[in-house]
Design a protein around this ligand. Structure first.
Ligand SMILES: O=C(O)CCC(=O)C(=O)O
Length: 259
């Protein structure tokens, strides 16, 4: 991460990284989505939300995003080198679709999810659950999709965000919806209040979400089963190892190797 990227992430709790995927990689992922997604959706709502989990089993090109060489430096900076791959899914939206209101943050009384946190001390940023959202189709101003309240990961008044703002009934200047090109990546800490604005564009929103924790933490109860995959890279194996520290009978989880 560059010093400016660190500054922006610490300031705002999220970051847009441009051109993480090449055009070829985006095309491959879209081709796989065209071919496979329709049969895989676990959620196919009338309003336009389509969601499938475990998309890393769809094709090696999707699996390769788990430890894409361009993201590893970000993960190591934000989570430390011992990383747990927590979950993956896709969110596709047709016009009118939304996944849900603003949520997460560190609003303990609302979510009780203590794995959502952000701290900084002595030169080190520490994050709990951290999410990567790959854009596979363009997102213009006003299209909807991912949105967040920049800086809310450090807010002391998250419970005071009005309900009509949380549910997108009233626009508020402090809720932003980043513009994205296919191949761009959003990285955010779940400590940042975020959500999915209703999709307004005529084209489909296609995004792949990959979530990571520090190695001793989980958010999603189901661990990955390495036997589900024909082949795993060394980093993928390390990140899919069950979360935890070390004990007398178990070897320690191994750190991810920087590319
Ligand atoms: O639409 C998005 O990218 C945000 C999704 C989200 O917040 C979630 O799945 O919990």
């Amino acid at each position: 991460m560059t010093p400016e990227e660190k500054f922006m992430f610490d300031l705002e709790g999220y970051l847009v990284v441009r051109n993480v995927l090449s055009k070829e990689e985006v095309d491959q992922c879209n081709e796989v989505a065209d071919r496979i997604a329709r049969d895989q959706f676990e959620i196919y709502r009338d309003d336009g939300l389509k969601l499938a989990r475990n998309i890393t089993l769809w094709d090696p090109c999707v699996q390769s995003l788990i430890d894409h060489p361009k993201i590893i430096p970000y993960l190591i900076e934000l989570l430390g080198p011992n990383i747990h791959f927590d979950q993956d899914y896709c969110i596709f939206l047709d016009k009118g679709g939304s996944k849900g209101p603003l949520h997460a943050g560190t609003m303990k009384s609302k979510t009780e999810l203590s794995s959502f946190f952000y701290t900084y001390r002595d030169g080190i940023m520490r994050n709990g659950l951290t999410t990567l959202v790959y854009a596979l189709t363009p997102v213009r101003k006003g299209d909807g999709g991912f949105c967040c309240i920049p800086g809310s990961h450090k807010s002391n008044f998250q419970l005071d965000i009005p309900e009509d703002v949380m549910y997108f009934k009233r626009p508020a200047h402090y809720v932003v919806q980043p513009e994205l090109e296919p191949g761009d990546l959003i990285i955010f800490t779940e400590a940042t209040v975020h959500g999915t604005m209703p999709w307004t564009a005529n084209h489909e929103r296609r995004s792949f979400l990959f979530k990571y924790n520090p190695g001793n933490t989980i958010s999603w109860a189901d661990y990955y089963n390495v036997d589900d995959y024909d082949y795993l890279t060394e980093n993928q194996k390390r990140m899919m190892a069950p979360p935890g520290g070390h004990g007398p009978k178990k070897p320690p989880r191994l750190d991810v190797v920087a590319p």
